[in-house]
Design a protein around this ligand. Structure first.
Ligand SMILES: [Zn+2]
Length: 467
């Protein structure tokens, strides 16, 4: 693993050469996988979790008697402790308000740019801020020939009037039917539709703990969350009312919770996400970029290692120079044991790092070009007769450290513009049609022929003047 220190770039040629290598890896890639963590959203105003001044430490200082580790607030076991439940709801309400005010960052714009250029195989994010969705990357899982949103309740809703205690056989049959339907849906999962997979869900919706009905996480609900009390589920309340009217005994009624996946909980769509990641592995990714994560969660560690293995296998087959690399961009060093997984560790701020990584070579910083190419230009016959044996060849611009450090400010502008408009970013590159290009070439050739056919005016002007 080679270390590229962003703070040490200005004066070091070694670091400049290393940056050129990292750039080449990005530019050579045609099938890139990006895995992100909280570090990419810090500049949007959402604190990360594990850094010394991150969310966990802030919570520990704020609630020293209730929170032993910040992780407690993201663990499913918290629902067994009323004090922790209150804290969890207050925190989630505040986090939702913070996210609703947050803007996409240049790193989000970079991922979107990779997608628009056709270089992104998929982004996998641990973040629950849904900024990927806001910048225009599709996050829902889509099945062909079925409902676009397959985030249906994971268990049948409670019966309106029958007693659940006497319908065990029916429930079992219904469970089997639901499982069979889910299996069928999985086989028709549109595997290229989802551009960013939210591994832990997001705070766009809340979900009932009993009937699993989803509702938008509105400002009003966020206010209720901030009070520290779980809001009751409207649907369960309605069912309770109807059962009461027809004289049936009351059944358990649910409350609303954020639609995110906590520690010690299974992701309701884990099978589908597994299908997508297996599919991506089979497509032979040629670049893996891991950004802004501390690599502490076992599931993420496994995913990064599997993807990295596949990328390195691709490197052995790849013919393109620079392809098949694994890049880790983070403020903190990767944990011990990751040196053989990552080819490059870019130490520093995610936004700054990606600002130095244009996804296509620009004429001024084209690293792919050999440093010195000796070319001979044909000497015209007239000049040869006059004894001239060589003519000057225009020198092409070389690669300088200062040119490598020129940031790609377009992404900053794109993220800002998007934040200002609230709209989804449009594709940056508009392909020119071949037919229109042919027309331009044709008309240019015709004009040149006409000019040749005309007698030269004294001033050699190509403009036709009336005789
Ligand atoms: Zn409910």
């Amino acid at each position: 693993m080679q270390r590229l220190l962003l703070d040490d770039l200005d004066g070091s040629n070694d670091q400049g050469a290393l940056l050129a290598e990292v750039r080449r890896a990005v530019q050579a890639s045609q099938r890139c996988i990006v895995i992100t963590g909280a570090g990419i959203s810090v500049s949007s105003g959402i604190p990360d979790f594990r850094s010394p001044d991150g969310l966990f430490q802030q919570l520990k200082q704020k609630y020293p008697s209730s929170v032993s580790t910040g992780k407690d607030l993201f663990d499913a076991t918290l629902f067994g402790d009323p004090g922790m439940i209150s804290l969890f709801y207050t925190f989630m309400g505040e986090l939702r308000n913070l996210i609703s005010r947050a803007n996409c960052t240049p790193t989000h714009a970079f991922i979107k740019e990779m997608d628009e250029a056709g270089k992104l195989l998929r982004c996998y994010t641990q973040n629950i801020d849904s900024l990927e969705k806001r910048i225009g990357l599709e996050t829902s899982l889509h099945t062909s020939g079925d409902s676009p949103d397959i985030s249906t309740p994971s268990s049948p809703p409670p019966s309106l009037v029958s007693d659940s205690s006497v319908e065990t056989e029916d429930s079992t049959a219904a469970d089997k039917k639901t499982r069979a339907q889910r299996r069928r849906r999985q086989t028709t999962l549109d595997r290229t539709f989802t551009r960013a997979v939210q591994l832990h869900g997001d705070l766009d919706n809340v979900v009932c703990t009993i009937c699993h009905t989803k509702y938008p996480f509105t400002e009003q609900l966020a206010e209720e969350f901030c009070e520290g009390a779980p809001p009751p589920c409207p649907r369960c309340k309605e069912i309770e009312m109807i059962r009461d009217l027809v004289g049936k005994r009351s059944v358990a009624s649910g409350v609303l919770r954020p639609d995110i996946v906590l520690y010690n909980e299974n992701h309701p769509q884990s099978e589908l996400i597994g299908t997508l990641s297996e599919y991506d592995l089979k497509r032979r990714p040629d670049l893996l970029i891991v950004i802004g994560t501390s690599l502490k969660i076992p599931g993420i560690k496994r995913m990064v290692k599997e993807m990295a293995h596949s990328v390195h296998a691709c490197a052995q087959r790849a013919k393109r120079a620079g392809a098949g690399k694994v890049i880790f961009i983070n403020r903190d060093e990767p944990p011990k044991g990751w040196e053989s997984i990552f080819d490059y560790y870019v130490a520093g701020d995610a936004d700054r790092a990606i600002s130095l990584l244009p996804i296509v070579p620009s004429p001024a910083t084209e690293e792919a070009r050999p440093a010195a190419v000796v070319r001979r230009k044909r000497v015209p016959a007239a000049k040869r007769a006059a004894g001239i044996t060589a003519v000057a060849v225009k020198k092409k611009p070389g690669v300088s450290l200062s040119s490598l450090l020129a940031p790609t400010n377009g992404r900053v502008d794109a993220a800002r513009k998007l934040a200002a408009s609230g709209a989804v970013a449009k594709p940056r590159v508009v392909p020119r049609k071949l037919t229109s290009m042919m027309k331009v070439v044709k008309s240019s050739v015709t004009v040149k022929r006409q000019q040749k056919a005309l007698p030269q005016s004294p001033s050699s002007s190509p403009v036709m003047t009336p005789s």
